[in-house]
Ligand binder design. Sequence first.
Ligand code: SAJ
Length: 441
Amino acid sequence: MSEPGVVNQKQAALVARIQSGQARVGTIGLGYVGLPLAVEFASAGLTVRGFDILEDKVAAINRGESYVKDVPAARVAEHVAAGRLSASSDFAGLAECDAIIICVPTPLSKTKDPDLQMVVDASEAIAQHQRPGQLIVLESTTYPGTTEELIQPILERGGLKAGVDFFLAFSPERVDPGNPKFHTRNTPKIIGGVTPACSAAAQALYSRAIDTIIKVSSTRTAEMVKLLENTFRSVNIGLVNEVALMCERLGVDVWEVIEAAASKPFGFMPFYPGPGLGGHCIPIDPLYLSWKMKTLNYRARFIELAGEINSEMPEYVCERVALALNDQKKAVNGSRILIVGVAYKKDIDDVRESPALDIINVLRARGATVSFHDPFVPSVRFGDQVEMSVELMPAVREADAVLIVTDHTGLPWAEVVKSARLVVDTRNATRGIQSPNLQKL
Ligand code: SAJ
């Protein structure tokens, strides 16, 4: 254990190494958060070692390749060739890092409770190779209290103390996959340290790679900021999905209503109805907060209600397809249905938690023959079957119904509507196109 006075020397030495560019940064988890972050720190001139348990990711990076759409392979290759970026599945290398950032998934368990096993595994790996003077930052989205209640004890088990012998902070990731404008460097970064010395060390690190740093007073505050951001989205998407259900009963075009409401220059922010909530963040993160609140005997009603409405949308969409087929004297049973777009949102290739998968399963359970076309997703695994994306127009012409689930940019929507017997559009991809065979949410 160090004397109180030493903490400044440890922190000063760490900050000096960061500012001189000598610091070695480790990122645990090389997915859509960890890889862009690793590349950004390498671009800032620091030496970065990415750690992942998946050998294929490690090998791809060391070959100078990128499997994350928002990270050009050329950037990976450049830093690997220059020796600034490398990857490994040997976590012993953590001992050489001055700063370690945990970017592993925080999914839900089968019982819809937080599953922090990957965060615990990463923390245990750090503890196993820990040395005084290191900065450890958790970026994975989690409930308020995780950093200090779960990670800190693991890292202090060997006798080192947070804020004295090592530095510990939480800094939420804010990656928006496919966003052409905002990426790691130009998205403001929230930082909350266990102690002010921890915050200062984290600020020194991130300001090397990110333009705007915002320090908050604690790790819990930083953890809650992220959950507010994502709960805000989930609740507003739930609201607008319910508005779509209301507008359908009122015989009013919900897309026209939202577009007109969005003309208000203040006090309104448009969200859009859709086939349901996909991705590994918005459907999941708010449940981390409602779970934590239950342990404090509080029921987070907005989160629960939004979750109910959003998770009912795939079923509602299937009902709309059934009614539209019925108008043409057809049943879902025996119909050929083409799903256009299976990614969870437009212009990305990720199908995790995509509502399209629920919709396909429901329609198949009702006896439909369902195929899909997605220019970003060449194949999807359904159980032990891998199904391929079909060519668009022949499938459109053959289908009894075409269901637009993801409004990828650049698809020939007018031609789809012209050639199809029936189109149900859940994303207003066909805005401005009129046809008796076209229905929208
Ligand atoms: N969605 C709607 N209606 C909307 C907006 C979104 O139905 O008006 C659906 C999308 O189709 C998608 C889901 O909600 O299925 C989530 O969409 P999203 O735009 O929130 O995208 P994510 O989950 O990829 O990324 C979000 C980030 N997105 C934005 O801020 C726009 C951001 O909230 C977080 O940085 C990120 O989650 C995260 O990692 O937490």
